[in-house]
Design a protein around this ligand. Structure first.
Ligand SMILES: Cc1ncc(COP(=O)(O)O)c(C=O)c1O
Length: 409
């Protein structure tokens, strides 16, 4: 099937004149997205979306993780609309901000307080400053290749940086505890925080789960050395455990940052923390043009309530198990060396030996021709709006694409 793309292409030409690069960031065509991806979306509902040319897609990217309960979820839209009728941004925060902080601190076992902003980056950067304020130390430790946002200390781009932007950032390879320990040894009493995602979900390569002793050692070393442990749960939050991904891997951070699924598509982020960091957190300035947006807060409140009521993390993991097992079985039948890495609710697809990404790009292109929106070099996301009948349809179509891929060889 060939995709219609006249409107998409003509919009992109217009965009190139008035927007640098036409589309920027991780979905910029220049970021290596093959041509079969549409540039613009018209509308979306449940687990499907329609692009501006009228092509319909069964979606496995969920707005890159921002959608957990399905696009235009009726309960969340209703809560947001009710708040919208009263107003969104005021001079002061609204009551809903207190309620949302109460909800998060009740749900998240180690959390005594919460702050809110609009994006994950706002609060990963803020969190490392809170750790610096608390400890009086300059360095931050992160995993190589981990993404924590768009700020200069961690963004994956190269533009506009000065040397000092990263002069206080130290890196170790995920799961390499010897490297981790030697950083702590070499920078004794100089490290304020360790910031990590719950498992390693870098782009352009398979996801890596923590070894069995990874989190116990990291947590213990941080405690022993007076280092603040920050969990960047921006991407995985809500997809592994309804009350934070630290529970899935059984450890306790000092600060945790959420965004993406928190508002189910409404722009909001939260950082929660332990009591002992409350004083330091008051010293690190935090605000924004629309930081107290009550509509996004109402959406987040409903989204979190639905997650708990319907045990959504378990549900997407179960759906993911079903889908991943089906896709891997299909590849095995065809003799293709294919695995799904990482947790099944946000799996990363990988063909063994496909280091130049040729096979996965081709597979995603063939799948796109059948209306499946699979990404060739970023983890996918399972939406809870996806029914088992949708998963069966996706497996059937993906199986056809695998078959065609096999026939190309
Ligand atoms: C793990 C992780 N941390 C931080 C961020 C930054 O969040 P935002 O894009 O909302 O600023 C992202 C975004 O993809 C992310 O995946």
């Amino acid at each position: 099937m060939s995709l219609k793309r006249d409107t998409s292409d003509s919009l992109f030409s217009r965009a190139l004149k008035v927007i640098p690069g036409g589309i920027y960031g991780h979905v910029a065509p220049i970021a290596g997205l093959p041509r079969h991806f549409p540039h613009y979306t018209k509308s979306a509902s449940g687990c499907r979306f329609e692009d501006v040319d009228g092509n319909e897609w069964l979606d496995f990217m969920c707005g890159f993780g921002a959608i957990l309960h399905g696009y235009s979820n009726s309960e969340i839209e209703e809560s947001a609309n009710e708040q919208r009728s009263k107003g969104a941004v005021f001079n002061q925060p609204s009551q809903i901000m207190v309620e949302l902080a109460e909800l998060l601190t009740t749900n998240i076992n180690f959390a005594d307080w919460s702050v809110f902003a609009k994006n994950g980056s706002d609060l990963t950067t803020w969190a490392i400053r809170v750790a610096r304020e608390e400890t009086g130390r300059p360095f931050v430790v992160k995993a190589k290749g981990a993404y924590h946002g768009v700020d200069a200390w961690c963004d994956p781009g190269f533009g506009g940086r000065v040397e000092n932007d990263r002069s206080h950032v130290l890196e170790f390879s995920w799961n390499n505890l010897d490297e981790f320990r030697s950083l702590l040894e070499n920078y004794r009493n100089q490290i304020s925080s360790v910031i990590l995602t719950p498992y390693h979900h870098a782009a352009f390569g398979p996801s890596i789960l923590p070894d069995h002793n990874f989190w116990p050692v990291v947590e213990e070393e941080c405690k022993k050395n007076g280092i603040i442990l920050i969990l960047d749960d921006v991407r995985a939050g809500g997809r592994l455990d309804d009350c934070g991904s630290h529970r899935y891997f059984d450890f306790t951070p000092d600060l945790s940052v959420y965004s993406k699924a928190l508002g189910n598509g409404f722009s909001i982020s939260a950082c929660v923390g332990k009591e002992f960091l409350k004083a330091a957190s008051k010293e690190v300035f935090l605000t924004g043009s629309c930081w107290n947006d009550a509509v996004a807060m109402a959406a987040a409140q409903k989204s979190v309530q639905i997650s708990q009521r319907d045990q959504v993390a378990q549900s997407v993991l179960k759906k993911g198990d079903y889908f991943c097992a089906g896709l891997v079985a299909c590849a095995q039948d065809l003799g293709l060396p294919f695995t799904m890495t990482g947790p099944s609710s946000m799996p990363y697809p990988w063909f063994d030996g496909d280091d130049d990404l040729f096979l996965i790009q081709k597979f995603c292109e063939l799948a796109a021709g059948k209306g499946l929106y699979f990404h060739p070099h970023h983890n996918w996301f399972i939406s809870n709006a996806m029914e088992y009948t949708d998963l069966d349809l996706a497996l059937e179509l993906a199986g056809q694409a695998m078959n065609e891929l096999q026939n190309l060889n």
